[in-house]
Design a protein around this ligand. Structure first.
Ligand code: ZN
Length: 333
């Protein structure tokens, strides 16, 4: 009994002397606020050292300073992201590391990389997500300055330039409906993805899907619009057809699809068919999103279009699908 009391008092004595932070077990963590990086830009993330269950400020003593004296070893999971610099800051007040990472210009929103660091025998990790700010890509006339980007945001407030023709249009390699050849074109990656999606629909479900209307040039939009104005007047024409430049179809990243079950038409009923439901639930696997979902008219400016598929790449499509967002909402517009 006496021995036990003695042991307890020694323990208490030890605890009361543990005010020096060198005696505590440190941990490493990233301070990475929103986790967002802009394409072509740098982001700064900070590695900090702290103590578990401790709110008192870090006062690094000799032992801690020694433990972290070597530079942090930082690695990135995706070669599209480059480490620009790694700096360490060790003083009597603080131990931290500042890491600057640059996202390649070509990275599409939705791409992400894992950042790992080993420092002082400890390790930490965090994620950086590429997301552009569409406001940075709009001129004063409401024309987008990134028309060829796969994650370009086009809507009634963000027009494509009249002169814009996608650089890599190809004739789609899937069954088509219309004889007007222009609409049977898409940009190469979108066309490849459409091939894979239609093949999967056939293989997994026996569904027959067809491409109805893809690329639409500015010139075509102008003649369609003028035709409608001549026929119905400007006010009604602007309600039934997109003003030239405002159609996402000009991006070459959009295909309106149909099926024999809805008689090859573009109709909201497509969304109620087994084919339409499969498309809504699986398009993201191939990099497509349902650009104008039901109930999001206020956000997108368009009523429900279960047939209008926009290619944005698999990473971005996966995020948008998982979070149930529209492209506008994803970008916080
Ligand atoms: Zn469409």
């Amino acid at each position: 009994m006496k021995n036990r009391l003695a042991a307890l008092s020694i323990l208490l004595l030890t605890v009361s002397f543990m005010s020096c932070s060198d005696d505590k077990v440190p941990y490493l963590q990233f301070d990475n606020r929103d986790g967002v990086i802009r394409p072509g830009m740098t982001a700064e993330i900070v590695l900090t050292v702290g103590f578990e269950d401790d709110t008192t400020p870090l006062k690094p003593g000799r032992t801690l300073k020694k433990q972290f004296s070597e530079a942090p070893a930082v690695s990135v999971s995706d070669p599209g992201f480059k480490i620009v610099s790694v700096k360490q800051n060790i003083s009597d007040e603080v131990i931290n590391g500042t890491i600057i990472i640059r996202a390649g210009d070509e990275l599409i929103s939705g791409r992400s990389a894992e950042i790992s660091a080993v420092w002082g025998g400890l390790s930490a990790g965090t994620t950086l997500n590429v997301k552009k700010n569409p406001a940075d890509y709009l001129d004063s006339d409401g024309v987008v300055t990134d028309p060829a980007a796969y994650d370009v945001l086009v809507n009634k407030k963000r027009m494509l330039p009249g002169s814009y023709i996608p650089p890599d249009l190809v004739r789609v390699d899937v069954p088509t409906i219309l004889v007007f050849e222009e609409v049977n074109h898409l940009r190469k990656p979108a066309s490849d993805a459409l091939n894979r999606m239609f093949a999967a629909a056939e293989k997994e479900k026996g569904f027959s899907l067809l491409a109805r209307s893809g690329y639409r040039s500015y010139k075509t939009q102008v003649s369609l619009y003028d035709q409608n104005v001549a026929e119905y007047g400007a006010e009604y024409a602007s309600r039934i057809s997109a003003k030239p430049g405002t159609s996402e179809h000009q991006s070459g990243l959009v295909m309106d699809i149909s099926s024999p079950v809805v008689n090859y038409q573009l109709t909201q009923d497509f969304g109620k068919t087994a084919e339409g439901k499969w498309v809504a639930e699986n398009a993201h696997r191939f990099g497509f999103i349902l650009r104008y979902p039901e109930g999001k008219e206020e956000v997108t400016g368009y009523t429900y279009e279960p047939w209008h598929l926009r290619w944005v790449g698999e990473e971005l499509a996966g995020k948008i699908y998982a979070e149930g967002l529209t492209l506008e909402e994803y970008f916080g517009q």
